[in-house]
Every structure is written in C-alpha cells, then in structure tokens.
Design a protein around this ligand. Sequence first.
Ligand code: FAD
Length: 1021
Amino acid sequence: MPGPPVTIVGAGAAGSTLALLLASRGVATTVLERRRQPLTHPAAHVVNATSLEIWEKADPLLASTVAALSPPLSELGTIRWASDLHDPIADLNFLDDADEVAAVRTYSPYLRSHVGQHQLMRELWAALDRAPLVTFVRGVEVEDLSVLPDGTQRVGLTSELGREDVDSAFVVAADGANSRLRDVARLRLEGPVLARMGSAFFRAPDLYPAGATRPLLTWIYRPDFAGVMIAHADDCYVLMTVYLHPGQEVAQSSRTYWEWMVPTILGRDHDVEIRSTGTWEMTSQVATSFRRGRLILVGDAAHRFPHTGGFGLNSGVQDADNLAWKLDAVLSGEASTSLLDTYEQERRPVVERFAEYSVANHLRLDEVTKVVGVTNRSLRQATRAVSSPPLSWLPARVMAPLAERATRLQLGRTAALRGTTAAGERARQHVVDTVPGQIEHFVATGLEFGYAYGGRLVDREPGEQPVVDEGVLRHRPTTWPGCRLPYLPLDDGRSVHTLVEDRGLTLLTFDPDAWESWVEAVGERLPVPVVVREVRPAGPRPDAVRLLEVGERGAVVVRPDGHVVWRSGQPPLQSGVRLALFLHRSWGGARRDPSFRQNPSMPLNWTLHHDGKTIPDGEIVRPGERLTWPRTIGLGAQHVVAMFGATFLVPTITGFPVTATLFFSGLGTILFLVLTQNRLPSYLGSSFAFLAPIGAVAASGASIEVAMFGILVTGVLLAVVGAIVVRTGIGWINALMPPVVAGSIVALIGFNLAPTAIKNAQAGPWMAVVTLVVLVLTVVVFKGLVGRLSIIVGVLAGYVYAAVTGALDFQPVRDAKLFGLPDFSTPEVSWVFIPAFLPVVLVLIAENVGHVRSVAQLTGDDTINERTGRALLADGIATSIAGAGGGSGTTTYGENIGVMAATRVYSTAAYWVAGAIAVLLSFSPKIGALINTIPTGVLGGVTIALYGLIGIVGIKIWIDNHVDFSVPVNQLTAGVALVIGIGNPELKVGDMVFNGIALGTIAALVVFHVMTFVEKRRQTV
Ligand SMILES: Cc1cc2nc3c(=O)[nH]c(=O)nc-3n(C[C@H](O)[C@H](O)[C@H](O)COP(=O)(O)OP(=O)(O)OC[C@H]3O[C@@H](n4cnc5c(N)ncnc54)[C@H](O)[C@@H]3O)c2cc1C
C-alpha cells in the first residue's frame, strides 16, 4: 500500500517520539509495530529532563503526564549496597547537596524522573493514538526492505492477514537492538558484550514498612545471588542478575528460577506476585553506519549501552529530536538529502560518549566490590570466554552446570560481607569508604544537559565548550555553538525554548529591532529562513543577559531542535556579515538549489582518514578524506596507470593525437572535480563510445577535424542534459534508469570490454599471467600501501618480466623529445556526420549515471547521486573542450572505479593528483613514449581484472538495491541487455553505428519500460 512519506518500524521510545515530533510538524507517518500491547516488562526507568522537553514539543499532554508519573524527588535519592536486602552496608544519597539540587532545578522546567518503561510506553502509545497524522499499526512484523526504481522504500511485513508492502520516501528503523532492518541493510552493531542478564518484574506490597526508606536501587551481593533491585511505582520492583551461559537456569527456565529466587532474596514472609521475567545482553555497541540511503537507524537499532548510565532510551529520544526537523526540511523541499548526513555526524560522537560513560560506571562498581573479589571486569572476561572457542564448542549440558558452578564459587566470597569476622568488618568498611566515589554513576547532570553537536551546521569558536567537573557531574549552561539552548523562563510564563521555530533558524536577542532590520535587509539572500524573536525574561534581565552570554545587543541563533548554531555578542552592524557568511558556508550546502553558480563552494580541505596510513577493516576512505600525501600521490599515479591503457587505445585506433588526448583527459578531470564540488571521485578518460562515429567519419574520407566537431557537439548536448538535470533533479533519470537498468548497463560495459582485455592478453599471454597473478596476490598478501597499489605492482611485475624476456623496444623512447607541447588542433565545422554522434550522448548519460551510482553504492552515500546533473554537465563541457582542442571525447572511467573498489580509497585528492600527472605527462613526448612501451600483454593482464571489476560493480548495484530477479521484467531487462552487451553486435542505421554497449543500453531501457508499461496497463484494464 502507498504510505505517508515516512515509515517508522518499531514503536519503542525512539520510534514513537519520532512519529510524534514529525506529526507536530505536519509530516504524516506510518508506525509499524509487532507488539499488540505496550511493553509490560520494564527496562528503562531514568527519564531525563531533556527527554521530557522533547516530548513537550511533540505533545505537551504527554510530557506533563509522564512527569506526573515520577515519584517526588525526595523518594529518589537513595542508592544502597547490601550483603542482603535486609542487611544494608552503605547508602549513597545524591540529593544531599542542596545547592546542587537547587541549581539543577534552574536547568529545565522538568527534573530527571523515574518512570518505568512499562508505564512510559503506555503514555507514548496513547499519544500516538491521538496524533492525527500517525497511522499506528500494531501486530505487524516487518521482514524486509527493498528500493523501487524511483527510490521509493518498500517495507515488507506480515500480519495475521498475510503479507503486505508499505511504500514511503524514507524508512526509519526504530526496531530496537536486534533490528531486522539494520541486518537487511547489512549494517552491524560493533562493540563488546559485557554481560548476560536475567530479570524479574514483580510486585511486593509489604516489602518496606510505611515510612521506611525505599532505595531506588539496591545492589545485593550474597553467596547465592549478585545483582541489583530497582524500585518502581505501585510497589513493583525489578530484580536483575548476571549469568554466563544461556543454558543456565535463570535463562532457560527463568520463571522457575525467579519463583524460587525472589522470595529467597525478599524473605519468604512477603507477598510476591511475579509479573514477568526476561533476559537481555548488556553491550556497548554502535552501528557501523546510522544510515543507508533512505533507511535511517534510531535508538537501540543504532546504539546500545549498558544500563549503568540511564542513557539508552534517552539517547533514542534525542536521535528522534535531531532527525525530525531534518527529515521535515528534506520532505518539504527546504533542504537536500545531504542535510541527513549531519544526523550521524552529530549523533555518533554523542552516543559514543554516552557509551563510554555507561561502561565506565559499570566498571567503576568494581571499586566497591573488588574487596570480595567480585568484579565486572572478571565477569566480562568470563562472559567472553564462555562465548568463544573452545568453551563455546562444548554442549550446553556440559557448559551450563560448569558456568553455574563457576558463578557460585565466585559469589561464595561475598559471604565475607556479612561481617562476622575481622576480615568481614574490613570488607564492609571498604564498601562504606568507596560508595561515595560512585556518585558519577547516578548523577550525570553535565551529560544530561550538556551534550553538544559539532559538524558543519554549527559555528566553530576558538577554545573548548565550557564545562565544570569534566562535564559529567555538574552542568554549566552555555550558548556555546552546538549546545542546547539554556532554559530561561519568560515573562509570559513559558520557556525560552518555546520561542524556537519548527523550521528554519530562530535568532534570539534582547535587541529585536536592530536584528529585524538586518533580516529584512539580507533575509532574502540567506540560504535558510531566519526569524527574530525577542527574549523577555521573567526574572531579572541582567541574569538573563548573563545566561545567554551575548550581551544586550548580540544574538543567539538556534536550530529547530533547540541547539545553538551561532552566537555573537556584537550587534548586526558588526556581526551580521559574519553570520551571513557562516550561514552560506555551513547551511548553503544543505539547501535544495544545487545550481553551482549559486553555490560555488568547493572544499579542498580533505580530512585525514584514520592515521592516514592504514584503512581499518570494513572502512573506506571517503571522497572528502585522504591518506597521507605520499600515499595519495601513489594512488593518483595508480589511477593514471588504470586509465592509461584505455585512454591511449582510443587515439591509437582513431588516429587522434595522443598527447592532446592525454592533456584534455587530465584537464577534463580537474574541471570535473571543480564542477562536481570535489565530491565525486572520477577520472575522465577517452570514451570508447566515440570509436564508432569517428570511424564513420574516417571511413568517409573526411578529415579528423570533422570528427572533432562531432565530439564538440556531443559534449554540448551532454552538457545541456546535465544542466536540465541540475535544474529539475535526477527524478526523471532515476525513473528512466532504475537499479535493474543501471546495474545492467554498468555490468554490460564491464563485460563488453572482456574481449578487448583478452585480445590484449593474447598479445603476450605470459606477461598477462604474470601481471594478473602478481596483482591478485598483492591485494591479499600485502596490507597497507603496497596492497593498495596492486595495479602498479602488477604492471611493474609484468614490465620486468617483459624486459627480462626481451619484449621491450626502447627505440621510440630514445627518438622522442623530453619536452614539447601537446599536439593541439582545431575542429572543422561540418554537420554531415552529427547524426552518427547523437547516440553517444545516451551512452555517455548511461556511463555517467552508472558511474555516479556505482560510486554512491560503493561509498554507501546516496547523496552522491544528487551530483548526477553536475557530472553530466562537467563531462559534457570536458568533452566539448577536448573536441575543440584536438582531444578525444571523455567519460567517467569505470577502470578507476575498479581501482577504488580494490583500494577502498574514494578520495577526490587522488584524482587531482591523477589529473595533474596526466597534464604534466602530456608535455613530455618522451614519457608518453616510455609509457607506450608497456607491452599490450601487460595491459591485457591488468584489464582482465579491471573490466571484471566494472562488471561486478553492476551486479552489486542489483544486490544492494534488492533487485528481485524472480520478477520477469527484471529477468529480461538484465538478461537481454547482458547478452547484447557481451555479444557486442553492430547495427548500422544509415551512417550511424551502434555497438554492443549502445545497443545493450537501449535494450535495457526499452525492455524495462515497455514491459512495465504493458504490465501496468493490463492490471488497470
Ligand atoms: C535493564 C535495563 C535498564 C535500562 N535502563 C535504562 C534507563 O534507566 N534509561 C534509559 O534511557 N535507558 C535504559 N535502558 C535502555 C532502554 O530500555 C533502551 O535503550 C530503549 O528501550 C530503546 O528504545 P528503542 O525505541 O530504540 O527500542 P525498543 O524499546 O527495543 O523498541 C523497539 C520496538 O520495535 C518493535 N520491533 C522490533 N522488531 C520489529 C519488527 N521486525 N517489526 C515491527 N516491530 C518491531 C519492538 O516490538 C519494540 O516495540 C535500559 C535497558 C535495560 C535492558
């Protein structure tokens, strides 16, 4: 069924919050949830004030209801360590510091609350039910995700009614730690499992006598049990313990275990009603990526931390807050999808910090318990040992009792805490002494309010964000760019947060007239709407001015999620230009209008990947990154070698000047990088598509300059297509070339070239074998740079073999001059052969679209697809300049995709180097002649690998886009196109010659669209 623009899978806290935030902005969502009833077994219970603030934006009733569910602050302050529930050793009361408690009350209209997740989820679901734009479907299990030709995301689900599909523009995976959609997208959670936990949720109304302190948490260490008890509302509790092996009773027959253990811990004279039991893994994990195209991960699907921090659920709520306004901006056409890149850029460092904090808390508990030899460190080692060979090879019936015995042996030492001996007394005193050091575990006000975002949407001020106590225990409200806008009550009783607009940017100031005049003067030209709001504080104005840190005349600019992006203490006269420049630089790139005249930014500031020397497994070097310059130069040289064989082949066959072709290929590459804003790693080499029309010109006896004119016209036409795509978007190209078509075209280009590679190889079979074998082995034998330069290494090996066997002829090198201008010439205007060149435009479109798609696919960044128009425009201009100066037409080179796929380096820096090398080489006939001595057999060996990789890239496009090959349209589109592409027939229509690539491309387009059209017609008749 067609759905609203966003489908959210999973109605946990993260998914529900996102749906509510989007609904409050007018964006409709479908929420698909496998449960029929809200969760009844509580996990989370710490609800941050900032989560309540976020919910207030989405649904004020929700925020007030949840806040009201929390017990009063006075009942929440005690954390207890005990040798037995009825034998407390030490209490930690984190409300003792009255000044700090008073300070916390000024940070937000809300307080950190304690609300069991079972209660919270009831309220969140009630809010979903009353939100008019949310279609909340329960009892459905989402199983898969596919991408339709036009980019639509299709979620496949099963319910008791059978299977169904839901289509939408974006899918958000909020389906928890075991996310199915994350697996479908082949993203992984990375990080260790720290412990396995079992828990019981029960009610015990008479556990504490009236008036007694009911600790929020009680850490219990007994010889038969170690764990924590969490107090919930309505006299309910959760008791949790660890286990090592899934075969242990607590995991296998958890109800039986807890029916015995809960009364054992509580004392058998209490009434107990066990409501539910469960198990879970305590991990510290973050997903390899938070997004694959238009699938976005939030909450536990993207990251998971130990519960010893209380940030799991809260960070999912923050994810939703960070994402909602961005999705809204993209869906409303206000911003391009590149804005969504900032979601992960901003959230990843924050959640990694939360993970680090939660793990530190988990391990800090050891300071208390190491006195009896029970530590979370040894627990982690034991958990790892049990899950790894050789212990994991043992059957459960052997391992489970062993694990049980090991646990008991370890816990036996906690008997000392009963304190009947001198050693026991010392152990108890140790607990008393170390418990105050645990305060950071339970108070993280600095992290709760102080989490901040970096990245391109936020201005950079010199220095560091001001914090107190390393930013964990205490908070320092600040308008430092990236931070949450500090809370300030206004004179109308509302919070300053309510002034922040849902869309665009809000400029907060005490001097609205000056800033409004500024916005009136420049607002039209800003890349994002800016609304001025006056701050009228409820309390003394000087305090408010101090809090916002920008004086009476300055301004704080805030984005829709309440995070500051820019601030200045100066009035607009002094700081307005700086703000405008910041907005153009930082927010201009995220805007929709991709016209390069309006957005000439071309960042050349590559960031160093990792240490610049190695690429960790599973990672790639992205277009905006680079390795060290020596390595980058090596990679650039490798790209030159990769394109050489093909780039030289065209002029060699057609009789075009070789040096001019090389010159325009290098110049075209640099031009291409400039026009595609340095984001699209590509080399522009000679296109084989021109062989046919140039051949036709030559066969007619016309001069080569006539063919140059044909190339010039082809380039102009391609540039026109590119300009249209830049203006209108790639929608029609996407519709024209869905993944099955694009994959077929890329694959057939690769496989069509197979005979060329073989023919070259046959010219020197042993040279080819040596080259290929060394190339292949280099990739796997050598790590690091040598492995990355496998192609050059292969060529060198083949070259040395050729030298040893006497197959090299250096005479042309001796004869050639060291320096000399490239062989330029000018075209001769003749329209006679232009029809023969026209099909080349289509092939170049296919090559460029396929290339852009391949790069997007291989880098996992579908925003690269948005540069398709620019790529076409750039190649068009490069081709026409080449035609005008005596070079052959250019195209984005698949050969170089092969290099990128093999090296995992997609840095555009390498292509600047390659372009520069090509231009330099074109000024040396001698070097050209030297490179020309690379024997054909060696080129054969290299091209077998490279052309094969192009073909495989096409197949990868099918796989990654889940092209369903049980569907006849897809079968025939790919099948027919591949056979034509590989068979390489030649069709002459008049003067025009269509080869296998052109015919295969046309076949893919025609078969797909005709079959789709007929099929649709038949269904509607
Ligand atoms: C013992 C414990 C204590 C914790 N304490 C805290 C705490 O104090 N504070 C805190 O912030 N966090 C805490 N956490 C973490 C918190 O519970 C999680 O981080 C939070 O529940 C994650 O929310 P979510 O919405 O991302 O995922 P989930 O809550 O897991 O929700 C995912 C939803 O997706 C649904 N779903 C899954 N697969 C599918 C599918 N294929 N099709 C349809 N629906 C699907 C599920 O039914 C579920 O409703 C604790 C966790 C544990 C285990």
